[in-house]
Design a binder for this molecule. Structure first.
Ligand SMILES: Cc1ncc(COP(=O)(O)O)c(C=O)c1O
Length: 417
C-alpha cells in the first residue's frame, strides 16, 4: 500500500485565496474544491495540450475530465484553433447582422442529426435545453415538463433552488432514468398538461454510475410522448458528436422531436444548438422569442465546422469508442483483482470508477482515498462525475492510467475502514 506523496499545490491555494476576494466562492459551481478532494486537487490550470493539462504549480496531469466534456479531440488542437483565428482575423465575428457561416453549420448539422430539420444556435447547454422547453410549451400550449437528468442551471430545472420562486419550477416533474413506469404514472396524472418529456438518452446522474437505456426505454418514452401529445426532447449535450455522429438518437434508433447539443460540438469553443423538427421549431418564427447579443457570434461556428470536419476525417467517434472499449475491459480486470468492491461505467466514451454503497457508508472514505491517490499520481478525474476519453489520449496514456488506478486501489485495499 504505497501512499503517493502529496502534490505541491501552493500556487493554486494562494490563487484561490485571491480568487475568493473577487469572485464569490473563488471559482464557480462544479469547479469548486469540494467537488474534488479538498486540499488534494489543483484549483487553477495554466495550460493544456492534447490529452494533458498543467496546473499553475507546474504539475502535469492526464486529463480525463476534458473540461466536463467539450474537449472531444484534445486541448489546443491546431486545425480547430486556426479556423477560429482565421474567422477573427479575416472576417470578424460580432456583427449586428448574421454571417452566412450560420447557414453552413446548420446545414451540416441537418445532414448528421435525424431530428435536426432546423437549428437555432446558442452558447451553452442550458440555453439549448431551456430553448427546447420554451418551444415545447409554445407549441403545445401546455405547462408541465417531465424531466430525467441534469439539464443545466436555469430556473425550470436546477437542483439547488436558492433564488428561484417555486412557481418557476413547480411545473417540472421528475422520474428516474430507465423507469418507464414512473414516467407513465406521471403522465396518467398530468398527461393532458404535459408539454414535453426531456431525457438524456444515456443515463449519467451525478455521483452515480452511467447507464445505457434498457431495451424499450427510449422507445417507451417516444410512445408515451405520442400517446399523451407531449414533445419528446433528447438532451444530447454529453452524448452529441461523441457516441455517434448522429447523436445517441441515431445510435439507439429513436428520433425525438427536439434535441439539445453542445459540449463536443466545437472542441471547447462556446456553442450549443437546439435542433428539431420543422413543425415545432417553426414556433420560433413568431410566437416564441429567442435572441441574444452573442448567439450569432461566429468564432465558435468556425470552430464547430472544423471540429465536425476533423471528427469525420479522422474517424474520431470510432477511435474514441475503440479506445474506450479496450480501456473499460482492462479496467474491469484491474478492478476485479482488488478486494474493494467497485462499479464501472458501461459507456466506453465515459469511464467512471465508483465504490459499491455499503450500510456503514465507508464507501465515501474509500472514494476520497482512491481519488486522492489518483490525483497524486497525476490522473485528473472527478470523484462524483464520469470521465471522458478524447481523441488525443494515447494507448500509453491509457496504460499509465490503468497503472495509477491499480496502485490507488491497492492503497484502498490495504487500509482499514
Ligand atoms: C446533459 C446536460 N444537459 C445540460 C447541461 C448544461 O450545459 P451548460 O453547463 O453548458 O449550460 C449539461 C452540463 O453539464 C449537461 O451535462
Amino acid at each position: 500500500m504505497f501512499d503517493a506523496p502529496k502534490l505541491n499545490l501552493s500556487k493554486s491555494m494562494a490563487e484561490f485565496e485571491r480568487g475568493k476576494k473577487f469572485t464569490p466562492g473563488g471559482v464557480l459551481g462544479i469547479r469548486r474544491p469540494y467537488n474534488f478532494v479538498e486540499g488534494e486537487y489543483p484549483i487553477y490550470f495554466d495550460n493544456g495540450k492534447g490529452g494533458r493539462i498543467t496546473d499553475i504549480d507546474g504539475n502535469e496531469y492526464l486529463d480525463y475530465l476534458c473540461a466536463y466534456g467539450p474537449i472531444i479531440i484534445g486541448h489546443r488542437e491546431e486545425e480547430i484553433d486556426n479556423a477560429a483565428i482565421d474567422q477573427i482575423r479575416k472576417k470578424g465575428f460580432c456583427f449586428s447582422l448574421t454571417q452566412k457561416i450560420q447557414n453552413d453549420l446548420a446545414e451540416k448539422i441537418s445532414t448528421l442529426i435525424k431530428c435536426a430539420e432546423t437549428t437555432v444556435f446558442t452558447k451553452t447547454g442550458s440555453d439549448a435545453t431551456s430553448l427546447a422547453i420554451r418551444v415545447a410549451r409554445g407549441y403545445t400550449g401546455r405547462t408541465k415538463i417531465i424531466r430525467c437528468g441534469y439539464h443545466g442551471w436555469h430556473d425550470w430545472c436546477v437542483e439547488v433552488k436558492g433564488g428561484i420562486p417555486a412557481k418557476l419550477y413547480e411545473d417540472t416533474l421528475e422520474f428516474h432514468y430507465n423507469h418507464l413506469d414512473e414516467l407513465e404514472d406521471l403522465l396518467k396524472k398530468h398527461g393532458s398538461d404535459t408539454a414535453a418529456i426531456i431525457v438524456t438518452p444515456i443515463g449519467h446522474p451525478l455521483a452515480e454510475q452511467c447507464e445505457y437505456p434498457k431495451k424499450g426505454f427510449l422507445e417507451g418514452c417516444r410512445n408515451l410522448a405520442d400517446k399523451y401529445g407531449a414533445l419528446l426532447i433528447f438532451d444530447e449535450i454529453r452524448t452529441g458528436f461523441r457516441v455517434n455522429m448522429g447523436g445517441a438518437q441515431t445510435l439507439f434508433g429513436v428520433t425525438p422531436d427536439l434535441s439539445a447539443f453542445g459540449k463536443a460540438l466545437a472542441n471547447g469553443y462556446a456553442i450549443s444548438a437546439c435542433v428539431g423538427k420543422r413543425q415545432f421549431m417553426k414556433k420560433i418564427e413568431k410566437e416564441v422569442f429567442i435572441s441574444s447579443t452573442f448567439f450569432p457570434n461566429s468564432i465558435a461556428y468556425a470552430a464547430a465546422l472544423k471540429t465536425l470536419e476533423f471528427i469525420e476525417k479522422n474517424n474520431v467517434i470510432e477511435e474514441i469508442r475503440r479506445k474506450g472499449e479496450w480501456f473499460n475491459a482492462e479496467l474491469a480486470k484491474v478492478c476485479a483483482a482488488h478486494k474493494v468492491e467497485t462499479e464501472l461505467s458501461p459507456i466506453p466514451q465515459m469511464p467512471f470508477v465508483t465504490f459499491k454503497k455499503n450500510a456503514d457508508k465507508t464507501y465515501k472514505e474509500m472514494r476520497k482515498d482512491f481519488y486522492t491517490q489518483l490525483i497524486r499520481r497525476k490522473v485528473f478525474l472527478q470523484p462524483y462525475h464520469h470521465g471522458y476519453i478524447c481523441y488525443r489520449h494515447t494507448e500509453a496514456d491509457l496504460n499509465e492510467t490503468l497503472k495509477a488506478i491499480d496502485e490507488s486501489l491497492s492503497y484502498v485495499d490495504g487500509k482499514k475502514y
